[in-house]
Design a protein. Structure first.
Length: 263
């Protein structure tokens, strides 16, 4: 009798606990993604020059900067898409390390009177050297630099840009920055596909448990991912063709569908 009572209580408790979940309906997660191809590109180069005279270093940087900008314009890039930062002039100091104390022992052949039989030792200390003080002086030079940023939309000119700035002799080429400008539109498409995916899952579950799927009763947007800006490696070669890496714009939703009651 005691065991029967326990079983009855357990079944009753389960039915009370399970009832809200049955009434809630079928809850599923829908996922989808669409391919995003970058449509805007940012190319950055840096030009640096060192020299003992600031004006000469500045003139060299100015010359290379003009060559780079003229090259961009000749390729059809709008001048408003070219940003040339101001020249930066930085004095650099290098303190020379003092020469450590050392001794030079020189053997000389015996000439005339000598305390030793075959040679005479001559000892010279480094502190006695006349030019030793020069090792404590500070070496000063100037570093002049400028950064040039260009934004373009035609990716086919990227390899030409690389080869041209390398030939001009820029100091540094930063990895190309790529942007998907219409990522919000792409996300809306991914969101619709995620909803379709959720309905397909719910219909498959309803068929399996032999019930009829009802209307959408709840919806929650649970994930949002769009690759707005990312970088790609920089390389320049006569036999190398750059390619754009396509990225995914993803969407995820949590939805609940009601269950139709049999009439």
């Amino acid at each position: 009798m005691k065991y029967i009572l326990v079983i009855i209580i357990s079944v009753f408790t389960f039915s009370i606990t399970a009832e809200p979940y049955i009434e809630k309906g079928i809850e599923v997660i829908g996922k989808a993604s669409v391919k995003a191809e970058p449509d805007e590109f940012v190319f950055i180069v840096s030009i640096k020059q060192r020299g003992a005279l600031a004006n000469k270093a500045k003139a060299r940087v100015e010359q290379k900067s003009r060559l780079v900008i003229d090259m961009y314009l000749s390729m059809g890039i709008d001048k408003n898409s070219i940003e040339s930062a101001r020249l930066q002039l930085t004095p650099r100091y290098e303190k020379r390390v003092n020469v450590p104390v050392f001794e030079i022992h020189q053997r000389l052949t015996n000439q005339g009177v000598s305390k030793e039989k075959n040679n005479v030792k001559t000892v010279i200390n480094s502190n006695q050297l006349a030019d030793n003080s020069s090792y404590m002086a500070e070496k000063i030079y100037f570093e002049v630099s400028r950064t040039i940023i260009v934004t373009f939309t035609d990716f086919t000119i990227y390899d030409q840009l690389l080869d041209s700035v390398v030939k001009i002799g820029v100091s540094r080429i930063l990895p190309l920055q790529t942007t998907v400008t219409n990522n919000e539109d792409l996300y809306q498409k991914a969101l619709v596909e995620a909803l379709k995916n959720a309905r397909e899952k719910a219909e498959a579950i309803a068929k399996e448990i032999n019930v009829k799927l009802g209307k959408l009763s709840s919806f929650k947007e649970s994930s949002y991912h769009t690759p707005s800006t990312y970088t790609m490696a920089t390389r320049s070669s006569d036999n190398f063709i750059s390619q754009i890496a396509r990225k995914d714009v993803s969407a995820q939703v949590n939805v609940t569908f009601s269950i139709k009651e049999d009439k």
